[in-house]
Design a protein around this ligand. Sequence first.
Ligand code: UD1
Length: 425
Amino acid sequence: MICEISFMSSYEIRGKKRLEGEYVLQRAKNSALAVMCASVLVKGGTLIKDCPDISDVDNLSAILTRIGAVVRRTGDGLYVNTDGVYSSYLPEDLCEKLRASLFLAGPLVARFKAASFAYPGGCSIGARPIDIHLDGFSKLGAEVGKNEKRVNVFASSTIGAKIKLRYPSVGATLNVMCCAVTAKGETVVENAAAEPEVKDVADYLSLCGAKIKGAGTSVLIIDGVEKLYGGKSFTPVPDRIECGSVLLAVLATGGEVAVRGANPANICNLLQKLRDNACKLHINNDIISIITNGRAKGFEKVVTAPYPAFPTDLHPQLAACAATAAGRTEITETVFDSRFNYARQLKRFGADVTVNPNGVTINGTDLTGANVKAEDLRGGMALCIAAMAAEGVSTVEGVSHIARGYASFKEKFNALGASIAEIDP
Ligand code: UD1
């Protein structure tokens, strides 16, 4: 189950290849990771069906294994059994590898009434405080102590509470929900994140016996139960960010692609923007077909915000598409405070991108091949989209960032007609 891509690998991408064919989506990274974490609460194993073969899953598997879980790839997914977990101490070296390690805190506090974890790693896209998570633990009866390296949470018991999140943080909602499902009494979470991946975790926990109402809305009502039982299989929702990335890549390069395995309801906001652009969309159950019709047009104004608004995780990919479009795009980023590293790299293709305090302004132009470096997951995907749309050959370094979230990126795009080769330095 090792996702094989060398840390030093680069992609050599020949641009201007029309993309055609069928693209089958993976299941959502952010759901699979969160379900893996939530499974710490569940007695008996869980089979996460079609769990994506990405390095974030490998890294989280390594953390879970380190604290006593059994994790293994099976023919149809990832089997996780946390019955043997004996420690709620998460080591620094593993926490810094991925953001989702933080999502273990809630399940560990619920199970062991104590957890100690290092500040999580993840993409460098701005300050990522964890105050909302810690406030949630406190409201559920825990004591929280921290120093510059670690956070220690201790709760002699966890007790249901009324909690209003300062911001609908995805991770904090997951942690509070997981901690509350076995707390005594009722917990009401207001201003909860409504992302499909949060609803997915609630569905998984409910399958195992949790009592959660309102998942997928901004108010969660959780009735604490004593224990959760596994022995279940759970299939995460389709990866809406991969779906959006592919649709934007096709719009940028030109082509005709059927994206299979999608949940169109989960990316309505992007689909609406594409409908106003130079393409036709056909939606047939889980297939979204895109047929481009000339050069992409600028997107005018786009504002990222929590679900169901335009997702921040598609901001860089939309910017790459806009960089090669005819016309202007203004993206306002309201979720993360500095998700703009990709912009400096896009300029190397000749893109006309200006970074403002809260966003970017892009005037579309012809892009030419360049040597660029991926600095984070979605930014890395954006650079690959720009390279596929550019005239000539590009080199994208740092592609291990892309392997964190996109399974078989090179193979899946080459099957559509892209020209992507992996090169070791
Ligand atoms: C998750 C996703 C990430 C996505 C993000 C927003 C995973 C592994 N990651 O990240 O891909 O981009 O949701 O959709 O699922 N905040 C605070 N204090 C906190 C928590 C968050 O100020 O305690 C702020 C963050 O700094 C950020 C905003 O809230 O500005 C959103 O963060 P959050 O929703 O928590 O994102 P993650 O759960 O880290």
